[in-house]
Design a protein around this ligand. Sequence first.
Ligand code: TMP
Length: 237
Amino acid sequence: MEKREQLYEGKAKKVFKTDDPELLIVSYKDDATAFNGLKKGTIAGKGVINNKMSNLLMQNLEEKGVPTHFVRELSDRDTLVKKVSIVPLEVIIRNISAGSFSKRYGVPEGIVFDAPTIEFSYKNDELGDPLLNAYHALALKLATPEEIELIKKYAFAVNDFLKAFWLSCGVTLVDFKLEFGKTSDGKIVLADEISPDTCRLWDVKTGEKLDKDRFRRDLGGVEEAYEEVMKRLLGNL
Ligand code: TMP
């Protein structure tokens, strides 16, 4: 399958048409941004790691009954995916306090929750992805009630799988962001990516951050952290 016209360039990926109207190619870049594009940089090798990691995790999720956009890995950076219209919601699951949760509610990072939380943001760069609840999402007609129910069910199923999987790699899954899409026949599937760009991953023993927070917070060792989680993932599949 070959790349045709470029459809879109996002912060971390490019999307290309193919000869099949139902299929697209996503191409992962090394570009990194944070704070809605305010901070820009490069993480060498990130595109290759995120492509492979996301594909391996999505293949495992398919086996667990979570449908995804994944079709086939084409190369180090390129993957064939189903064409979907993205539901404009960022779906965030948290197991432990961190990031915007800690900031918003004035609590330290690292509090382990009794049960995971779910929250939605309206995927809209101009507005800075504002937080909203399911009623707001319905009012804005971002999804139907049935779609929101399914998205919640899939998101918690992803958490159950990812949490256990990362733990087996010696990594604590703190939180993560998912995006869902709708196929041409109206099916909701997991889309976008699952990677250290979109998850907070802490070393179980030391608590060391092994994700994009190293870039966001200028902690150094960014490339090494991505390589380390990839190595642990490959050692445990
Ligand atoms: P937050 O604590 O900044 O709200 O982030 C929660 C999770 O979502 C964290 O794992 C990082 C991820 N995330 C993204 O994937 N994209 C984003 O634009 C933001 C803000 C967070």
